[in-house]
Ligand binder design. Structure first.
Ligand code: SF4
Length: 70
């Protein structure tokens, strides 16, 4: 079985927009964490499903999360 068609989603946080509201860390707790500056950082692929990442992106009041599917 080949899994080559499965996209591996990841997320990028625009730190010009992020205000550290932590909505994303509630929606996808393993995929996002606030850094020392109080801004969200994506923790790496495989820590959240695409649906969880989408929920995090939709929950962000600043629209700071961009989901990339490769
Ligand atoms: S929900 Fe948006 S504004 Fe809030 S911490 Fe996450 S990326 Fe930043």
């Amino acid at each position: 079985m080949s899994d080559q068609h499965a996209a591996v989603p990841r997320a990028e946080v625009d730190h010009h927009l992020c205000m550290g509201t932590s909505m994303c860390t509630q929606a996808a707790a393993r995929a996002f964490r606030l850094n020392q500056d109080g801004q969200a950082e994506f923790q790496g692929v495989g820590l959240a499903t695409l649906d969880e990442l989408r929920e995090a992106a939709m929950s962000c009041p600043m629209a700071a999360i961009n989901i990339v599917e490769e």
